[in-house]
Design a protein around this ligand. Sequence first.
Ligand SMILES: *Cc1c(COP(=O)(O)O)cnc(C)c1O
Length: 436
Amino acid sequence: MWIFETMDFENNLAFAEAMDRDDPLKELRGEFIVPQQGSESVIYMCGNSLGLQPKVTRNVVHGQLDQWANLAVEGWFEGEEPWMYYHKSLKELLAPMVGAVVSEVCPMNTLTVNLHLLLVSFYKPSGKRFKIIMEAGAFPSDQYALESQVRFHGYDPADAIIEVSPKGGALTLKTADIIAAIETSAEEIALVLFSGVNYFTGQLFDMEAITESGHRAGAIVGFDLAHAAGNVPLMLHDWEVDFACWCSYKYQNGGPGGISAIFVHEKHFKDKTLNRFAGWWGYQENIRFKMEKGFIPEPGADGWQVSCGQVIPMSMYSAALGIFKKAGFMGPLRDKSIRLTGYLYFIINEVNKSLHFEQFKIITPEDIEQRGAQLSIVATKHAKEIFGELVKRNILGDWREPNVIRLSPVPLYNTFVEIFQIGQQLLAICNSLPND
Ligand SMILES: *Cc1c(COP(=O)(O)O)cnc(C)c1O
């Protein structure tokens, strides 16, 4: 167990090594392939963008290629895990990742496609209730999806989309301001759609409070969990979230372009008025192959499937979720994540202290209730040079214009020593830059 119950961090190697030694999840790093540069491991801080490859993934994919080679079309119904039912075992792993009942989740398609499919069902503008409330600065794909959905229903995005922005020069939103925005337009809102964690600021939203407020206004509430799933614990069912979707390739290590998944709350299962863009794979499973006219959905989230199961991407996602299961899912990972990212927060401020000015300004809230793994750090001077130097020194974060460096320590595979080293390197880089 953790010996350092408090967060009295120290800026020295011995402390970081002791934290790693006492990390109850330290063995998990060995499950991943950490990229090498020469004889050194890269310090990978980009798990918010593309998670690392689990060692087991290659074997799992080869297993599916073997099934295809050996059984060909019979693989749909035969073999150890017939493809026809492959998504079912994956659903068992998805449910604890997001706090859902198994029937509420289903892997399918890719993220933005799923967002569109869910909006077809859950954005139901009518009369003066046609508006959507979202955070300003949402991920571009979500903005485009919503604009195009609004236009599809014959509205102008300028009238129909309300963006909530931080107040008074703040960089992140207050829950109270989100709720106030919902209440101000209560009668006009059809849908509240937020991210769980904003990709740019790293802010973790109070999804339970937002859901409650949206429902009080009479709106449907959905979340894009791209940066939240596999990063922070979620309780979608208990929070009564109406729908959600996420991708598998960020914190969940499902591989580039990997399969997405959806959540639909069970309270909607019996609603026959919901529109959907249907396909044969969402048809009731036991009579699907009668190939009859007239769509009858499979009960639950599975009824939103459109095309036949994407077995290889599902197998990659399943391999990766096996490691979350080993970890005990999100509880233990979040315990470590709070410490690991807390340590990064501390180390960045140590660098500022050594430099005697605020070279780095952290946008992400310090409060653990309002952040996940990622810190978004503004480099107030020489931003591009600093980021370039980090890359040269095998520290891989990511860059957002004009001056933001995002670093995401991932509790599955990052270490406290890596964070200590980032501090040492940042200090060395800044000391070597011209002083202007
Ligand atoms: C990463 C991300 C996406 C990416 O969508 P794809 O369809 O998988 O390319 C969409 N929305 C959010 C909020 C994201 O963070």
